[in-house]
Design a protein around this ligand. Sequence first.
Ligand code: SIN
Length: 330
Amino acid sequence: MKKISLTLTTAALTLAAGTVSANCDPGEVVAKFSHVTGGTTHPKVVAANSLAERVNAEMNGKMCVEVYPNSTLFGDSKELEALLLGDVQLLAPSLSKFGSYTEKYGVFDLPFIFKDMDAAIRFTNSDNGKALLTEMDEYAGFVGLGYWMSGMKYFSANKTLNVPSDAEGLKFRVQTSDVAKQMISAMGASPQAMAFSEVYGALQTGVVDGQENTWSNIYTKKFFEVQESVTETNHQLLAYLFMTSSDFLKSLDKDTREQFMQIADEVTQAANLNVKAAEATNRANILKAGGTIIELTPAQRQEWVDTMKPVWKQFEKDIGKDLIDAAAGA
Ligand code: SIN
């Protein structure tokens, strides 16, 4: 790969802000990295671009990473299938989108299971977390390379949400997660699963009344512009499985594979170190851009916890009580 940034034209920059465009050289192994997020300050955008920049500089002549953000190559309903078909080699989907492969990842979706991202990182570094990283390797041909944290989640809606009963009767977009669906039902609201790329339009046209996401997604996808306010519920984690396929890894010679895995690991560590700062920046960006953020009193927050926590019990059999206890105690 030659001179990444110098090869970008103005048009390419305009079309794909946050993209690392690469002109891969003949003979280089090309790894396409498809993801759904956008902007320049989003933790996944920053991590994917950093991976590409490092591989393209340090493995020049051997391997080259091309990043396709904003669902421009595959949306989140197609990307896992595309990885197995070899149409893409690197992904970082939300852990909430693996329901048709494993029920165990539901543990990451349980409301209020992690106090904050530090607790989630402690869990992913534990034996249970490490075992979950390879959960799908055997039977699906996927290889988990690392967890990338994205942030805690917050509800936004076309009306003010102070307590869960304010959400009664509203329709909320959720990811394809059974836990998320039950959580919304527990609030007396209706869940509607929908691809990430469709959320802005659905909020704007009133197909749904609200959604739940991180500061980075709410800012970079401009959800706050078509919502009355965002409530700082901090109710759930959003994290990604940075992944590839076993076919792709096997296709690399030993040296190339080892060098790539080393870079992948270092990028993962750096991404998780930087994520809290990125989230704080995007929270501030929302306020700067005129968005409204509602902070909860301790009593209001307790109402959200009391309403949503019973959902844990409904998934105890699928996820496993031991795993839930381990995550809650992290
Ligand atoms: C993502 O951050 O990758 C998308 C999350 C979502 O679908 O809400």
